[in-house]
Design a protein around this ligand. Structure first.
Ligand code: SF4
Ligand code: SF4
Length: 485
C-alpha cells in the first residue's frame, strides 16, 4: 500500500515536472551583436546562448588561417580569411541546441572545431532527459521485480526466451559448415585493410580528412561497428576480422583445410591472474590516450592497426589459440560486453545431446574443424561475451546441434552462471568495471572531440607536454574513479 502511494507521488511529480516545461514562453526578439573569433581549433565564445525570436548579428573573425562557420539546423555556411571580418544575420526562430563547426579544412583537428548555439527555451532537451530517467527507473524496477527469465518480456512484448533459429534453413547451415565461410570474407577484408594500411602509411602526417584510410576506418568502419555490427550480430567484426589471420596460420600450419589441433607455437597458457577482462580494460584505456593522434593522423592510425596485427602474431607464437583476442586486442573487450545486447547468438540446440556424447568435438576439435579457438565450451555457453563467432563449432559438431539464433536484445543479462564462468572465473568486477569505464570514456571523448572547449582539444593533441599529462590525468580520474565509484 505504502509502495503504491510512493509510486503515485512519483508519477504526479514527474507529470508536473513535464507540464512545467510546457508553460507559454514569450519570445524576446532582441538584436544580439556577437563577435566570433575563430582560431585553430576553437571559437571564442564557444557557446552562444540566445532566446527564441532574437536576431543574431554574427561577425566571424579569423585570426590564423581561413575558417568557416556552418550552423547545423539553420544550414548557414560562410568563410572568413585571416584578418577578414564576415558578417551574417541569423533569426533564432528554432529552439534547441545547434552545433556550429568549421567548414574549411584548417588543419588536422579541423573535424573537431566545434561551437554551440543554444536557443532557449530548449524544451525538447529537458523532455529527453526526463524521458530517459523515467525509462531507466522503469527498467530497474522491472528487472528487480521479475525473477524468472521466461516470464520477462522485452518492452512488455517479446519474451526473453524467444528464439528464431536461422540455421534451420539448409542454405545457412551449409554455409556455416563450409570451411570457405568465414574464410572468404576474411580474405576480402584482408585485401581491403591492406590497401587502407598502405593509404595510411603514405598519408604520413597529413590532415586525416583527406586520407581514405582514416575516413574508412574511423568514420565508416567505426560507425558500422558501433551502430550495426555489435548491436545486431554481436562480435560480427571478429567473425570477419583479418588481424589474427597470420597468427592462426602460424599456429595451425594451414590456412583453409584442417591440420593438427596442436599449435605449432609455444602454446603457453595465459597467466591465471590475468585471465579476465582487466588487461583489456587497461589496454583499451591506454589506447584512448592516443586518440587525438590516430583519428587525425594517417601514420598514427597505421601504427595502431599495424601494432594490433603484430601483437596478434606475437601472441600466436607464445600463447594458446586466440589468447590475443581474449586478453589483448583493444577492440575486443567492449565488443564482447556489448554483444550481450545483440540480436543474435550461437547456442547449443539440445543440451541433452551434448550431455550424452563425448568427446565434445566443439571444444577439442575434429577432422572437420578446430576446437573452439576462443577456448569457450560451446556446449555450455549461455552468453555472447567471449564467443568470437568463428563458426568452428558448426563444423565440428557431428549432430548439427549448434544453432545461430535471432533473439531479443539483452537476453544474456538474465543468464545464470555456468561452468564456463567458474572455469575462467568470469562475471566478476572486471566485466562491471569495463562497462563503467566505457561510459567514462564516452563522456571524456564527447567533451574533448564534440565539445566546444579549445583547451581540452589542445591537451588531447599534446600541444604542450604538461597539457597532455593533464588530459591523461583528467581522463583517468573520470573513467577510473568518478564514473565507477
Ligand atoms: S578480438 Fe580483435 S583481433 Fe580478435 S577477432 Fe576481434 S577484433 Fe579481431
Ligand atoms: S563458441 Fe567458439 S567455436 Fe563456436 S562460434 Fe563461438 S568462438 Fe567459434
Amino acid at each position: 500500500f505504502n509502495c503504491r502511494r510512493k509510486m503515485k507521488k512519483l508519477i504526479i511529480f514527474i507529470t508536473l515536472s513535464i507540464l512545467s516545461l510546457l508553460y507559454p514562453y514569450a519570445a524576446s526578439g532582441e538584436t544580439r551583436n556577437i563577435e566570433l573569433r575563430a582560431e585553430r581549433y576553437s571559437y571564442t565564445p564557444n557557446i552562444i546562448t540566445v532566446n527564441k525570436g532574437d536576431i543574431i548579428r554574427l561577425k566571424l573573425i579569423s585570426t590564423d588561417v581561413t575558417h568557416g562557420f556552418y550552423l547545423d539546423g539553420y544550414e548557414i555556411n560562410f568563410f572568413a580569411r585571416p584578418g577578414e571580418n564576415k558578417e551574417v544575420v541569423i533569426k533564432a526562430d528554432r529552439t534547441g541546441r545547434f552545433v556550429f563547426r568549421c567548414s574549411n579544412t584548417c588543419g588536422e583537428f579541423h573535424p573537431y572545431m566545434i561551437g554551440l548555439l543554444k536557443v532557449e527555451p530548449n524544451r525538447l532537451y529537458f523532455f529527453g532527459v526526463y524521458f530517459s530517467i523515467i525509462l531507466g527507473i522503469g527498467a530497474v524496477i522491472l528487472t528487480i521485480r521479475r525473477k524468472n527469465v521466461g516470464s520477462f518480456k522485452l518492452f512488455g512484448l517479446i519474451p526473453l526466451d524467444w528464439r528464431f533459429e536461422l540455421t534451420k534453413y539448409k542454405f545457412v547451415r551449409s554455409l556455416f559448415k563450409s570451411r570457405l565461410f568465414p574464410f572468404v570474407p576474411i580474405l576480402i577484408n584482408l585485401a581491403i585493410f591492406s590497401a587502407l594500411l598502405l593509404a595510411m602509411f603514405t598519408g604520413g602526417f597529413s590532415a586525416g580528412n583527406y586520407n581514405v584510410g582514416i575516413m574508412i576506418v574511423w568514420i565508416l568502419w567505426w560507425v558500422l561497428l558501433m551502430l550495426f555490427m555489435v548491436p545486431v550480430v554481436g562480435r560480427f567484426w571478429c567473425m570477419v576480422c583479418p588481424f589474427p589471420m597470420i597468427g592462426d596460420w602460424i599456429q595451425r600450419g594451414k590456412l583453409l583445410v584442417v591440420g593438427s589441433q596442436k599449435s605449432r607455437g609455444l602454446n603457453k597458457r595465459w597467466p591465471k591472474k590475468w585471465n579476465n577482462l582487466w588487461p583489456l580494460v587497461i589496454l583499451f584505456f591506454m589506447t584512448t590516450w592516443f586518440s587525438g593522434f590516430f583519428t587525425v593522423r594517417p601514420l598514427a592510425s597505421f601504427i595502431l592497426l599495424g601494432g594490433i596485427i603484430l601483437g596478434a602474431i606475437l601472441f600466436s607464437l607464445f600463447f594458446q589459440k586466440r589468447s590475443f583476442c581474449l586478453y589483448a586486442c583493444p577492440v575486443s573487450g567492449f565488443q564482447g560486453l556489448y554483444a550481450n545486447f545483440s540480436l543474435c547468438e550461437v547456442r547449443v540446440k539440445d543440451p541433452n545431446i551434448c550431455k550424452n556424447n563425448t568427446p565434445k568435438t566443439c571444444a577439442v576439435g575434429s577432422e572437420k574443424g578446430y576446437g573452439c579457438p576462443w577456448m569457450e565450451l560451446p556446449y555450455d555457453m549461455n552468453r555472447n561475451t567471449y564467443c568470437g563467432l568463428c563458426l568452428e563449432c558448426f563444423k565440428t559438431c557431428p549432430y548439427d546441434n549448434m544453432a545461430f539464433n535471432v533473439r531479443p536484445s539483452g537476453a544474456d543479462f538474465m543468464a545464470e552462471r555456468r561452468r564456463t564462468d567458474e572455469l575462467y572465473n568470469r562475471r566478476g568486477t572486471d566485466e562491471a568495471f569495463k562497462a563503467l569505464t566505457m561510459i567514462g570514456i564516452f563522456f571524456s571523448f564527447f567533451i574533448a572531440f564534440q565539445g566546444p572547449f579549445g583547451t581540452i582539444k589542445d591537451n588531447i593533441r599534446a600541444v604542450t607536454p604538461g597539457g597532455y599529462l593533464t588530459y591523461i590525468l583528467e581522463a583517468t580520474t573520470v573513467d577510473f574513479l568518478l564514473i565507477p565509484v
